[in-house]
Design a protein around this ligand. Structure first.
Ligand SMILES: [Zn+2]
Length: 394
């Protein structure tokens, strides 16, 4: 190497074919097993997209080349990012049969490549101390980059499938936790926290405070700590950079997402739509918003500290619903469908964050076209214990 690197590298040896390309002055190479050409284009595209996003938003790429090196699936089904070199299992990219026409499908050779290349920043420039929360700096940040690149490529409205998948995997995995679940910034390294919860939280924060603002905060952080030697940085430093970039009205988001284990229980209760004389539609939506916190062992509480409770409010059936006091900004969405070439496409008629201070809410919104579906947090950006009832068809 011609620069300092982590003492962390891989040996790979095989009879390889090589495909080469360039990104600015950087040599891009994929070393692959002859016959495994299926997804080389997707992976090459992923290398470029990740180099673009990370270098544009955070700091320059530090090496003169970037290499992906195939290894057989008998060695495992993973990819791992070493300085400028990424061993990549045939099982998770090279021999994947990606069908772009299938609704709900994910181009994972592309998405995984973006994630692994992002580690050149988030593990190899920002090197976390070996303490609780360290994987937030590497895995959550790399997964965030992967989601943002997908968002730029596919559009915001296609993100629900990625977010809902992450949410469902987080919710399912936490039910089998046998040790303890700590907040994201102090997590114990569990995969479902550092990947699934981490990607949701980083994505939601970029939605709340703006992608540019969030990336500027990350850029300042990278400038401060990159290629640092001991004592290494921790998640506290990264979260402080987020906090500084977050307005007062949204500081609760930092507490909920990073510092505590906070879960929403949002749902549509009722919806009606009436056509008006002028051809527009009046949509009346009744919905609940509530949230609770869990301590490490999964015990619920509703205040600032473990053990705190608050007085409860009742829903319209007079059943009590508890919640942490609310002053939360929540997306309310109204959608319609248009058919193009026999395929139904969802169109946003309305999407806006509303400030919610009550558990029970009723709002009226006027839209230009006939709505077919409404939702509270309809894209599942928030951690919600039951995401299925966030939307209701009319
Ligand atoms: Zn990773």
């Amino acid at each position: 190497m011609d620069s300092k690197i982590l003492n962390f590298y891989a040996f790979n040896s095989a009879r390889y074919e090589v495909v080469k390309d360039k990104w600015n002055d950087v040599n891009l190479e994929i070393y692959y097993h002859k016959g495994h050409e299926f997804n080389l284009d997707r992976m090459m595209k992923g290398m470029k997209a990740s180099l673009d996003y990370n270098s544009k938003n955070f700091s320059p790429y530090q090496h003169k080349q970037l290499r992906i090196v195939e290894f057989p699936r008998t060695g495992g089904g993973f990819a791992q990012s070493f300085p400028n070199t990424i061993p990549f299992s045939e099982a998770i990219g090279f021999i994947a049969d990606v069908d772009d026409t299938k609704e709900g499908g994910v181009d994972y050779p592309f998405a995984i490549t973006v994630h692994e290349v992002a580690h050149q920043w988030w593990a190899h420039q920002v090197i976390g101390a070996d303490v609780l929360g360290a994987t937030m700096l590497s895995e959550s940040a790399s997964e965030y980059v992967s989601l943002k690149v997908l968002e730029h490529q596919q559009g915001k409205s296609k993100m629900r499938k990625f977010l809902k998948d992450a949410l469902d995997r987080y919710l399912l995995s936490r039910t089998t936790e046998t040790k303890r679940e700590k907040a994201l910034m102090y997590n114990d390294g569990q995969g479902y926290i550092r990947y699934q919860k981490g990607s949701l939280v980083f994505y939601a924060l970029s939605d709340y405070i703006g992608e540019e603002n969030m990336n500027n905060a990350l850029k300042k952080y990278v400038e401060k700590v990159k290629f640092q030697e001991a004592p290494y940085t921790t998640s506290i430093d990264m979260v402080n950079h987020f906090r500084a970039a977050t307005p007062d009205s949204l500081q609760y988001v930092i507490k909920d997402m990073f510092e505590t284990v906070t879960l929403y229980r949002n749902r549509i209760v009722d919806v009606t739509s009436t056509e008006l004389d002028n051809g527009k539609f009046e949509v009346e939506i009744e919905f609940n918003v509530s949230k609770y916190r869990n301590d490490e062992k999964g015990k619920r509480y509703y205040g600032e500290k473990v053990g705190d409770t608050i007085s409860y409010k009742t829903d319209k059936m007079n059943k009590p619903i508890l919640s942490v006091p609310l002053a939360d900004y929540i997306d309310i969405g109204i959608f319609t469908e248009v058919e193009v070439d026999g395929e139904k496409n969802e169109i946003e008629l309305y999407l806006k964050k509303h400030k919610i201070t009550n558990i029970n809410n009723k709002i009226t919104i006027i839209v230009d076209e006939k709505p077919t579906e409404v939702g509270v947090d309809p894209y599942n950006k928030l951690i919600d214990t039951q995401s299925e009832d966030n939307r209701r068809r009319l």
